[in-house]
Design a protein around this ligand. Structure first.
Ligand SMILES: [Zn+2]
Length: 84
């Protein structure tokens, strides 16, 4: 699946999807926030949901010089494809 073959509608769909996820996360973090406040915070966080960069939540490549979860997943998927 080539992501560059997807168009504007796909990007808008994914942007909306990430805004919905951010609304869920922000509303759990700010249970007393008004819908307007939650929506504003969610729009700010939608591109990058993780707001903490400590060594426990941050990029493991940066802190521990090890692979990120996505990289490990991609590597094990390509290994499985090699054996097939
Ligand atoms: Zn953290």
């Amino acid at each position: 699946m080539k992501s560059e073959a997807r168009g504007r509608a796909w990007r808008r769909h994914n942007r909306d999807r990430m805004i919905c996820r951010a609304i869920g996360i922000v509303s759990r973090e700010q249970p007393c926030g008004t819908p307007d406040e939650i929506r504003r915070s969610a729009l700010l966080r939608a591109d990058n949901l993780r707001d903490c960069t400590c060594s426990a939540c941050g990029n493991p490549r940066r802190y521990w010089k090890s692979l990120t979860m996505a990289e490990r997943r991609a590597r094990s998927a390509s290994r499985q494809n090699d054996t097939d």
